[in-house]
Design a protein around this ligand. Structure first.
Ligand code: SPD
Length: 356
């Protein structure tokens, strides 16, 4: 017995020393409490960045913010799977695609109380019929922004974009679905057509137009039109509002043949890391004061009734760009996700912009 006790005492001392060392090592190497973050992936120029600062001040959650230029760019990044975002803002047809491909997660509405501020007419759209995955953020039309000093007769038709009078003086959107959609309309076809013959017509029209195009652009369209670098441009309505606020020489028209109406919506990707942070951010964006702040900065029409009331409905509704007459809206159609036929659009688009 005495022999055994002699062994036990040193073992107990060694064990105690190891435990003390382990606790000390844990306390010394433990990382300090990390700051909570959310990762937001949004269109360029599509939020008042002061809102990001405000969100961080109010919640302590830091926003890591990245931008994209087209739905297709955003989709490619998410679908390839290497990155994780907590909040993204796709358009209608891309929401539809991402739901179908299980790239989005359902939203827990209990955590978005400010959803009551959103006009119910903007919920349950065809791209998210159960209003399960998306929160309407902005909406708008596509049309022609033109310089009234140089285009003295206001354009009424998309054929303006084929007028040699504007050769090297016109800007087109560097966005496959938008530009091909309008080319389909210019050829008298449905803007969601998947008929190869219709798409061949649209491609030929865009190839005919190409030598007259000064540049295919997205966000740069604003600076260029404000600076008077081109006379006409294919634009989204919110960018037209932004430009018209900056220059009295610009006006916007939705041509008589009809156009695209789009809805951009806030979504949470399936692989989001901080869902509760994402929900807080989405709820924050739906707050009346924040939606109003964004509207003033971004220029796109908003579905947030409380924000419109806060800003003054009469003033908001006075904008013919963001509040187009019903007869204009009746001729506007939403893009739908076209499944495998999307590949045909992508091929044609590559052909159009290559060697530009
Ligand atoms: N500068 C950001 C513009 C975002 C506009 N979204 C338009 C989508 C059209 N399908």
């Amino acid at each position: 017995m005495a022999k055994n006790n002699k062994k036990i005492v040193p073992i107990a001392i060694v064990c105690a020393l190891i435990a003390v060392a382990a606790v000390a090592a844990f306390l010394l190497t433990r990382p300090s409490k990390e700051k909570e973050t959310i990762s937001v992936y949004n269109w360029g120029d599509y939020i008042d960045t002061a809102c990001l600062d405000l969100f961080e001040q109010e919640t302590g959650i830091e926003v890591i913010y990245e931008v994209f230029e087209t739905n297709e760019d955003m989709y490619a990044k998410i679908a390839e799977g290497g990155s994780s975002y907590d909040v993204i803002i796709p358009s209608d047809y891309m929401v539809e695609r991402m739901i179908e491909e299980q790239l989005l997660q359902k939203i827990n509405w209990d955590n978005i109380p400010n959803i009551v501020n959103i006009d119910p007419r903007f919920l349950h759209e065809d791209y998210d019929p159960e209003a399960a995955y998306s929160v309407p953020y902005t909406w708008g039309t596509m049309g022609i922004l033109y310089n009234t000093k140089r285009v003295t007769t206001p354009p009424t038709s998309w054929q303006t974009l084929l007028d040699p009078a504007y050769a090297n003086d016109m800007l087109m959107l560097n966005s496959p679905r938008d530009t091909l959609g309008i080319a389909l309309v210019m050829c008298g076809h449905d803007l969601n057509s998947t008929d190869p013959a219709d798409l061949e017509d649209a491609k030929n029209l865009l190839l005919e137009q190409k030598p007259m195009v000064l540049a295919y652009v997205v966000d740069e369209v604003k600076d260029k039109m404000i600076a008077g670098e081109a006379s006409v441009a294919l634009v989204w309505s919110g960018d037209a509002t932004f430009c018209m606020d900056e220059s009295d020489d610009l006006d916007y028209v939705v041509p008589e043949e009809g156009s695209n109406i789009f809805y951009d919506s806030i979504c949470i990707p399936a692989n989001a890391r901080n869902v509760s942070g994402a929900e807080k951010f989405i709820d924050f964006l739906c707050r009346a004061d924040i939606a109003a702040m964004n509207y003033e900065y971004v220029g796109y029409a908003i579905p947030n009734t409380a924000a419109i009331e806060l800003m003054g409905a009469d003033e908001y509704n006075a904008s013919p760009v963001n509040n187009p007459p019903q007869e204009v809206l009746d001729k506007c159609h939403v893009f739908k996700y076209l499944g495998d036929d999307t590949k045909l659009y992508d091929q044609i688009w590559t052909e159009i912009i290559s060697d530009f």
